[in-house]
Design a protein around this ligand. Structure first.
Ligand code: GLU
Length: 584
C-alpha cells in the first residue's frame, strides 16, 4: 500500500436506515478520495449486537449504491436498484484488509488488547451498573460532571488475577495531559485532561467498544483521512489516546457541520414523530378508533392492525409527552390516516418521494460545502454532477457552522433536473426504476401498455417536480370512474354557468368525440381544435368541462394526453357519469 495514497472510509452502524446526514458523510468521504486519486472504503460497525441487523446493513449498502457512492474496498455487493435491470457491482477486498463487518473481526482486536494490558495502559474494571449509577449521582449532587478515573492505589497485577474469574470491562487509562485535535475544518481543538475519563474499550461481552474498534480498523485499513460529523468531535481525543497508546498513526481529521432544519432544530429521525403528533393534535383526534376511521379504504386492511397496536391511553400519553415516540410503522400508519406527508429523513424516504440520486447528492454536497466557483452571471455555482464533485471537492471549503436543510431548494433542484435536463427517454428509465419499487400500477403500464406509458411520460415530465409528483399528476388515470367526485368551484364556473351551459357543450362533445379514431394525443388535439373552430368557441369552453368530467378537477395535462391516458371507452363513460350526476 503506497503510504501517500489518500484512503477515506464511511463506517455506518447498521441500526436502521441510512440517514441523510450519513449519506452526506459518505458522499464527502467518497468525493475526497476521488479528488485525491485515493481509495474510499466502507466498513460496517456492528459491534452493538443488540441494535445491529444484517437487513439494516444491506439497506445501507443498497442506498449508497443507489446514490452512486461506490466503494473500492468493502462488503461485496451487487445492487439491482430494486429493478433487476442494471446491476452495479461495488466493493471487494483487493487490498486484503477485510472482513468489513466489525463483528467478524473479533480475533483481530485481541492482540491489541493484550498489548495495552501488558503495558498497564488498559486495565480491567469490575464496577457494577449500580455502582456506576451511584458514582454518577454523587457527581451530579456535587454539581460536577462524572469522570471515571482509575483509583490512585490501583493494583494492576491483582486486577488481572481477579479478571480471570470475574466479569469485567477493560478501560483505557488516560495520560495526565490535554489532547489537541488538529482538525482540518475546525482548527485546533484542545480537550483538557479534566474532561477525559478512563473510558471503556472492551465490553463485558468481550466485544470492543466503538472507540477501540474504529481506531484499530482505521489503522489496519490504512485510513489516512477521517471525515465525519461534528457529533463525533468529542470522541476524537479518545481515539487519539488509543492511537498513542498502541503506537498507531493518527489520521487527519475533518469534522463536518451538523445538519439543521430551517426552524433551527437538529434534523433527526424524531422529526417524523413530531410532525405526526402535531397533525393528530390539530385534527383534534383523541382515540385510536377515530384514526382507524380515517384510514383510506385502499390501505385499511394493512394499516388497521398497526394502529390497533396501541390504545387510547397510549395515544393520550404520546400526545402529552414530547419525548415519547411511536414506532416507525405506527407513525407511518398515523400519517396515512391523516393523509399527511411525513418529512423525509432517511435516504429511503427521499427515494420514495421520487428524488433522483444525482440531484440529491448535488443538494447534499452543498450542506456544509461549496465549490467557490461563480457562474457566468456572477451567481454561485450550485448545480453539478458526481464527476464535478469528484474533481473539485476538498476539505478546505467545508464550513464550520451548522448547515440548513432547505427542502424548497432541493425541490427546485429536482424540478429543474426533470424538466430541463432529462429527455423523455432518460426520464422514462428513471421513472420506471422508481415505479418498480414504489408504484406497481404505474410499472405495469410500462410493461403491458407501452403506448399509454409513452404518453404518460410525455404528459408528466414537463411539469413534474419529482418522480412521485409525476405519478400524482396522472392519478386521475388510475382511479375508478365511480370514485370521482367533482370539485364544486370549477363545476359552478365551467359546467353550470353560461349559455349554453358547460354541461350542454359537454353533451354535444360527447357525441362528437365518439367518432375520434385513432385515439391518440395528436388525433384528439386536432379534432378538438377543429371542433372549436366549427363551433366558434374558445378552447377553454371545452377544455375545462372535459377536464372536470374526466378528473373531477380543473387541472390535468394537455387534453390530448389526458384523454389518451383515460382511454376512449372510459372517457365516454366519465362524460356520461358527469352529465348524469350534475344534471340531477
Ligand atoms: N459507526 C459510527 C457511526 O455510525 C462511525 C463514526 C465514525 O465515523 O468514526 O456514527
Amino acid at each position: 500500500m503506497a503510504q501517500d495514497q489518500v484512503i477515506t472510509r464511511f463506517a455506518p452502524s447498521p441500526t436502521g436506515h441510512l440517514h441523510i446526514g450519513g449519506a452526506r458523510t459518505a458522499l464527502f468521504c467518497w468525493a475526497f478520495a476521488r479528488k485525491h486519486d485515493g481509495r474510499f472504503l466502507l466498513r460496517i460497525e456492528d459491534t452493538d449486537q443488540a441494535r445491529s441487523s444484517e437487513d439494516a446493513a444491506k439497506g445501507i449498502l443498497e442506498d449508497l449504491a443507489w446514490l452512486g457512492i461506490t466503494w473500492d474496498d468493502g462488503p461485496d455487493f451487487t445492487s439491482d436498484g430494486g429493478t433487476g435491470v442494471t446491476p452495479v457491482r461495488v466493493g471487494g477486498d483487493p487490498r486484503n484488509i477485510g472482513p468489513f463487518y466489525q463483528s467478524q473481526r473479533h480475533d483481530i482486536y485481541n492482540p491489541y488488547f493484550e498489548q495495552l494490558l501488558d503495558a498497564g495502559v488498559a486495565f480491567p474494571a469490575f464496577d457494577t451498573p449500580e455502582q456506576l449509577t451511584a458514582m454518577r449521582k454523587a457527581a451530579e449532587s456535587e454539581k460536577r460532571s462524572f469522570i471515571y478515573r482509575r483509583a490512585a492505589d490501583f493494583d494492576h497485577a491483582a486486577a488481572l488475577e481477579r479478571a480471570k474469574t470475574e466479569p469485567h470491562v477493560l478501560r483505557l487509562h488516560m495520560p495526565d495531559t490535554a489532547i489537541t485535535v488538529h482538525d482540518q475544518v475546525l482548527g485546533e481543538v484542545t480537550f483538557p485532561h479534566a474532561e477525559l475519563d478512563d473510558f471503556v474499550i472492551r465490553k463485558t461481552d468481550g466485544y470492543p467498544t466503538y472507540h477501540f474498534a474504529v481506531v484499530v480498523d482505521d489503522a489496519r485499513m490504512g485510513v489516512t483521512h477521517v471525515l465525519r460529523g461534528q457529533e463525533h468531535l468529542n470522541n476524537t481525543p479518545k481515539h487519539i489516546a488509543i492511537q498513542n497508546a498502541l503506537g498507531l498513526p493518527t489520521p487527519a481529521y475533518a469534522h463536518m457541520p451538523l445538519i439543521f432544519n430551517p426552524d433551527g432544530t437538529k434534523m433527526s429521525k424524531r422529526d417524523k414523530d413530531k410532525a405526526a403528533k402535531i397533525a393528530v393534535k390539530e385534527a383534534g383526534i383523541t382515540t385510536v378508533a377515530e384514526l382507524i376511521d380515517r384510514l383510506p379504504q385502499s390501505n385499511r386492511a394493512h394499516q388497521e392492525p398497526i394502529l390497533r397496536t396501541f390504545n387510547d391511553t397510549d395515544l393520550a400519553a404520546w400526545l402529552k409527552d414530547k419525548q415519547r415516540q411511536l414506532g416507525r410503522d405506527q407513525v407511518s400508519a398515523v400519517a396515512q390516516a391523516l393523509d399527511l406527508t411525513l418529512p423525509e429523513i432517511d435516504v429511503e424516504d427521499f427515494r420514495a418521494a421520487g428524488y433522483l440520486p444525482e440531484t440529491l447528492c448535488n443538494f447534499l454536497a452543498l450542506l456544509g460545502w461549496n465549490p467557490g466557483i461563480k457562474n457566468a452571471d456572477g451567481t454561485d455555482l450550485e448545480r453539478f454532477d458526481h464527476a464535478f464533485l469528484a474533481s473539485n471537492f476538498d476539505t478546505d471549503r467545508i464550513g464550520k457552522t451548522q448547515s440548513k436543510f432547505d427542502r424548497d431548494k432541493l425541490l427546485a433542484f429536482s424540478a429543474d433536473t426533470i424538466q430541463h435536463t432529462l429527455d423523455d427517454a432518460t426520464f422514462a428509465t428513471l421513472w420506471l426504476e422508481w415505479a418498480e419499487r414504489f408504484d406497481e400500477a404505474l410499472a405495469s403500464w410500462a410493461h403491458n401498455d407501452t403506448t399509454r406509458w409513452q404518453v404518460a411520460v410525455a404528459a408528466a415530465r414537463p411539469r413534474a417536480k419529482t418522480l412521485r409528483d409525476a405519478r400524482t399528476a396522472l392519478a386521475f388515470a388510475f382511479i375508478e370512474t365511480d370514485s370521482i367526485t367533482y370539485d364544486e368551484k370549477p363545476v359552478n364556473k365551467f359546467l353550470l354557468k353560461g349559455e349554453p351551459t358547460g354541461l350542454d357543450t359537454l353533451a354535444d362533445l360527447r357525441t362528437a368525440i365518439a367518432s375520434i379514431d385513432p385515439w391518440t394525443p395528436d388525433a384528439i388535439d386536432s379534432f378538438l381544435q377543429a371542433y372549436t373552430q366549427e363551433h366558434s368557441i374558445g378552447m377553454g369552453k371545452i377544455a375545462q368541462p372535459l377536464r372536470i368530467a374526466l378528473t373531477g378537477t380543473g387541472v390535468s395535462p394537455g387534453l390530448g394526453h389526458t384523454l389518451t391516458l383515460v382511454g376512449k371507452e372510459t372517457t365516454l363513460a366519465r362524460i356520461d357519469r358527469c352529465l348524469n350526476t350534475l344534471r340531477q
